[in-house]
Design a protein around this ligand. Structure first.
Ligand code: ADP
Length: 376
């Protein structure tokens, strides 16, 4: 939830893991020219309304920073005019607006790209945050904290890397896509209603999150998987409890999501230790954390509980895993009636780096005329 909708300032700090671009990424190209008559943006090949307030806030903010650099003399050599219009093209290689954080990836990538175009070297938390709060965390790789800050102007509401992407190489992430449909309830409206009506959310922000943030950071630093996993699951559950405590209530999870929760707990119980964790954002899709030595077995458990209806060979995307057979003990412990097709597909990935520059012009999304290149 937010304490300031305009500046996008949160009611509590938060922490995220940046996923690897080899599997999940946004690619953005931006270019300015004196020949452009207006700012324009294309998202996944379709032209979008450039007047969207969030996008306008990012553009205003980056131009303000560029102007500031220039007036302080730092940007003298910049061969550009700030009055030039910008063309932007961006693509996500995963479902957009489906609860898989395309807005975080998209606005982080946009802020970083615009900063390169305008020669801005300042902290970009504010630019990205004005697009989508969680985008400020995605400006860094690895494990990232968004410190809520205290100032009314938001200058101290910034992202900070807690540990780099190389810190915990055994960690694996599975995105269980239950639905790639557009979300029905937008996160912004949902959060507003929760802040206005849920007393549990208030309690959570004030009394639960600050301690959990400290605990989570120490679990990450110590690579304590059971500690990290338990906090992740409890925090996801409490977030969804605040959604139910919102009036009228919001429910992002569906029956498949709840079965995934059950599957994880039974899997862990059978092993007698916490080997897998789930977390759900504002949608039914699950994000699973586990370690390298368990990931293939858990994928087999998902396949067993949610047999693919079609395209069994395309069920697992991303990182390749050597398939394992599920033991009879585990099958019995899961004790689940299979729900065919409940999970559409899995994207296997790991912790990844922050924004990367693509030097090869072939990868750029805009042609020399400043218009999107025809799809290959
Ligand atoms: P999600 O759960 O995917 O973040 P949201 O509905 O919260 O879904 O945000 C989706 C919105 O984020 C899109 O409608 C668009 O405005 C913005 N967005 C998504 N991807 C990009 C991108 N690559 N570049 C710029 N904006 C993007």
């Amino acid at each position: 939830g937010k304490r300031d909708e305009e500046l996008i300032l949160p009611i509590n700090s938060s922490l995220s893991v940046t996923l690897h671009q080899d599997q999940l990424k946004t690619t953005t190209t931006a270019t300015i020219s004196k020949d452009f008559t207006e700012d324009r943006i294309w998202l996944n090949g379709q032209e979008e309304d450039v007047g969207q307030p969030r996008l306008q806030a990012c553009l205003r903010e980056i131009r303000r920073l560029a102007r500031k650099r220039r007036s302080t003399g730092d940007g003298d050599s910049l061969p550009l005019s700030l009055s030039y219009k910008v063309h932007i093209a961006s693509e996500n290689n995963f479902p957009t607006a489906a609860g898989l954080a395309s807005s975080a990836a998209g606005y982080a990538c946009l802020a970083y790209t615009l900063a390169r175009v305008y020669g801005v070297e300042d902290d970009l938390s504010e630019v990205a945050r004005r697009g989508s709060g969680s985008a400020c965390r995605s400006l860094y790789g690895g494990f990232v904290e968004w410190q809520m800050g205290e100032q009314a102007d938001g200058k101290d509401s910034v992202a900070r890397q807690v540990a780099p992407e190389s810190h915990w190489p055994q960690l694996r992430v599975l995105v269980l896509v239950v639905s790639a449909e557009k979300k029905q309830m937008g996160s912004t409206v949902g959060m507003q209603t929760s802040v206005e009506t849920s007393s549990l959310l208030q309690f959570r922000a004030e009394s639960v999150v600050p301690t959990r943030m400290r605990e989570m950071i120490s679990c990450i630093q110590a690579r304590d998987f059971p500690g990290f996993a338990e906090l992740t699951m409890k925090d996801s559950n409490q977030f969804h409890a605040t959604c139910l405590d919102t009036f009228p209530p919001i429910s992002y999870l569906n029956d498949v999501s709840r079965r995934i929760v059950q599957l994880v707990h039974r899997f862990n119980a059978c092993h007698g230790q916490t080997k897998v964790a789930y977390t759900f954002d504002a949608g039914p899709n699950a994000v699973i954390f586990t370690l390298e030595d368990t990931v293939a077995e858990f994928v087999a458990a998902v396949r067993h509980s949610f047999p693919p209806e079609t395209n069994g060979d395309k069920f697992l995307k991303g990182l390749q895993l050597t398939p394992v057979l599920l033991s009879d003990t585990l099958k019995a412990a899961l004790a689940m009636e299979p729900s065919p097709g409940g999970v559409q597909y899995i994207i296997a990935t790991q912790v990844g780096p922050g924004p990367q520059i693509l030097d090869d012009p072939h990868t750029h999304l805009l042609g020399p005329d400043g218009l999107p290149k025809p799809a290959a």
